[in-house]
Every structure is written in C-alpha cells, then in structure tokens.
Design a protein around this ligand. Structure first.
Ligand SMILES: Cc1ncc(COP(=O)(O)O)c(C=O)c1O
Length: 392
C-alpha cells in the first residue's frame, strides 16, 4: 500500500483536513474527477449520443471492472444511479403475493426496512427479522427454522449496516438460501470498496452497491449484480424500459439476456465514466490489500477510543471500517465540537436511522468515523489523542 502516492492522487486532501467519512461519501481520486470533466467536455462539443458511440468500448469497461471487483462476469452487472435504485429494481422483479414472507435482519438499512414495510402495507407481505445471538452475530439456526416454517419468498441481508461496525455473515446466510433454494438479496453498499466482496462465496441472486462511499466514485452511481440463475429465470424490473427488452410485436417483447435489463436507458455517461475509473483504481490496488489495511486502522482507532473511556457501540465478532461511539454518558456534542474544531470529517447517525439497533442499545445516536486506505496511522493517532484530551 503506497499511501503517499494514494494521497497525492487526492486534490481534496491538500488543505490539512482529516477525512474520516468514507461511509458517507468519500474523496474521489483526481483521475475520477478528471475523467468526468473530460467526458462532459466532449459532450459539450459533440452532443451525448455521438460521444457515447465513439466511446462505446471504453464505457463497457464499467462492466468488466465491476465484475472483477466482486468475482462475477460482465453480463451479471447493471449500472445503477444508487444502491437504493438497484435494490428497488431487484425487489420489483419479484412478484410478491399476499402473505409472502420476507426474512431480513434487525440491522438492515433504514430504506430497505421502509421498502419492506411499504410492501407489507400495500401487498400484505410479512416481514420477519431473524434473531441475533448474544454476541450480535446472526442466529443462523433461527434462520433455518424460519425458512422451514415460512418458506420465504426472499431473504434480504445488509452486509454492513450504516449505523454500526458489524459485518453480517452473508456467506452463512447464502449457504442456507442455496440449500433451501430461496431467493437472496444482499445490500453490500458499505462493504463494496471497503473489503473483499465475492458473489460466488456469498451465493446471492442479487447484490447492490453504491459508488460514492468506500468505492470512492461520484455521486449518482452504483450497481446491481444479478446471478445467472436469476437471469435465466427471467427476473426483470417490473417497470421495464427499452434498455431491458426488444419490442418484437405490438403487445410483446423479448427480454435481453444480460443484467443490463435492470438499467434504465438514460443515465449520466460522465458519471459512469468516473465510476469506472474508481473501480479501476480499487482493482489496481487490490481489495485484499485494502481490506487488510482498513482492518488494522479501524482496530487501532476502536482500541484507542475504548481505552480513553469512550463507549464504542460496534458489537459483533467481525467488525468493519465503521467505528461508532459516544461519550461515556452517551453524549455526542463534545465529540462533534472537537472533531469540527480540528477539521476532522465525520458523521452522526440518530435513532430514526437505526431504530431497532439503537433501541436495543438504549442510545439516541452515535458519532461515526470511517477510515479508508488513504488515511494514515498518524491521522488515526492524532484523532484519538484529540478525542482523549477532550475527556480530560
Ligand atoms: C447499508 C446501506 N445500504 C444502502 C444505502 C443507500 O445507498 P444510496 O444512498 O446510494 O442509495 C446506504 C447509504 O448510506 C447504506 O449505508
């Protein structure tokens, strides 16, 4: 990991800030921004259609780079404008009937939970959340029992929640879904770009991710992975457009073969070009390297905070590069002040975004720090020291 070189590639780091909000929206490498500017300038000269035609091969690299990142094939990948769009499109391809069951987790993302509740309200679909073990890991025995009892239409799991450092056992869930032939959707929005995500190991039918977080791409980008099995079984968005099918007769169409059928025809090609550069950047460093580096930074930060007297709320055996904490009495204000005063970029999550988790933990919010591979150990020690001092 050549951190010096990586930091030189970030124009946004030049003014001395310590950027620890990669779970929110990271800093893009300059090559990402430059490629978008270049692309837009071409559109300014030639119009968008002509530029897309002339660059069709380069634009296809989005699919091969994404496939490389998650161990899939290019035909399994669809571009999306966000993780939420990818998630909604995947869900819309499942024709739910009254009393169908969705099994999910207490730690799934707020928008996913709201979508499930919407399906519950509108279609009378049932939501069941599998139990957690005392150490906060998913209770896979409970999941197996639930699968046998309810024959769910879908199992949906968020790999890494937005509001805690937990890494959920998506591979363990995937084994059960395969064994019982249940459709399986994984929200990998916070894990893609942060750690190795391998769809062959996870064994999912759908996987969703965003561009702007640990992937370090631009806003308005993301992707959806669709397995060969789901493609063969003709899963496609409910509201399909001409990107997804060939109009073959006044009342008929033929679905296209690849996951592109999950895209909409119109997207921002400049954003796609920028995201492709971000994917290339991560693939060139290598996700194993990135994961190892991130694990060591986050462990140091967590240990420092704990030994200074902060309450760290990341419960689970496997923890991510998301560190959530409060003051000893659950307070957030003093922490925010010291971070703001020292140009440390961070975020705060309140209970409405993590209703079940924060009710269980009896807290109203947390401060979230999310280091990434361009951060240095020195930055982590500096932030730890300034926070420790604020408690003195
Ligand atoms: C776990 C998780 N899933 C999904 C999303 C939604 O991503 P997007 O805003 O790109 O739709 C987020 C955003 O914070 C997230 O943390």
């Amino acid at each position: 990991m050549n951190t010096d070189k990586i930091r030189q590639d970030i124009r946004g780091l030049k003014d001395g800030k310590i950027f620890l909000n990669n779970a929110g929206s990271s800093l893009m490498p300059s090559v990402v921004v430059d490629s978008m500017i270049d692309y837009l300038e071409l559109e300014e000269q030639m119009g968008g259609y002509e530029v897309a035609n002339r660059n069709s091969e380069v634009l296809e690299e989005f699919y091969s780079e994404t496939a490389k990142l998650i161990n899939a094939k290019p035909h399994n990948i669809a571009f999306a404008t966000s993780a939420t769009e990818a998630f909604a499109k995947a869900l819309s391809s499942i024709i739910f009937k009254e009393n169908d069951v969705i099994i999910t987790t207490a730690d799934d993302y707020i928008s996913n939970q709201i979508t499930f509740i919407s399906l519950q309200k509108k279609l009378n679909v049932k939501i069941i959340r599998m139990k957690n073990l005392p150490d906060n890991e998913l209770d896979l025995d409970d999941l197996e029992k639930l699968i046998k009892e309810h024959h769910p239409r879908l199992v949906a799991v968020t790999h890494i929640p937005t509001n805690s450092g937990l890494i959920q056992d998506v591979e363990g869930v995937g084994k059960l879904c395969k064994q019982y032939d249940i459709l399986y959707l994984v929200d990998a929005c916070q894990s893609v770009g942060q750690m190795v995500v391998d769809v062959q190991k996870i064994n999912c039918d759908f996987l969703t991710a965003t561009g702007r977080k640990f992937m370090r791409g631009p806003r308005g980008t993301g992707f959806l992975y669709v397995s060969d099995k789901a493609l063969k079984e003709n899963y496609a968005p409910l509201l399909l457009d001409m990107r997804g099918a060939d109009w073959t007769a006044p009342d008929d169409y033929i679905l296209f073969d690849t996951a592109k059928r999950f895209e909409h025809w119109e997207i921002s090609y400049a954003s796609l070009a920028g995201f492709t550069q971000a994917l290339k950047y991560a693939n060139t460093i290598g996700m194993h390297e990135i994961e190892k580096y991130n694990a060591s930074l986050s462990q140091t930060l967590r240990n420092n905070l704990q030994s200074s007297g902060f309450r760290v709320w990341d419960l689970g055996k496997h923890l991510s590069s998301i560190i959530t904490f409060t003051g000893p009495e659950g307070d957030l204000d003093a922490i925010q002040k010291v971070l703001n005063d020292n140009s440390v970029f961070f975020s705060v999550t309140y209970k409405n975004s993590a209703l079940i988790d924060f009710t269980r933990k009896n807290i109203h919010g947390i401060v979230r720090l999310s280091p990434h591979y361009f951060n240095t150990l020195e930055e982590i020690e500096n932030v730890s020291a300034m926070l420790k001092e604020s408690l003195a």
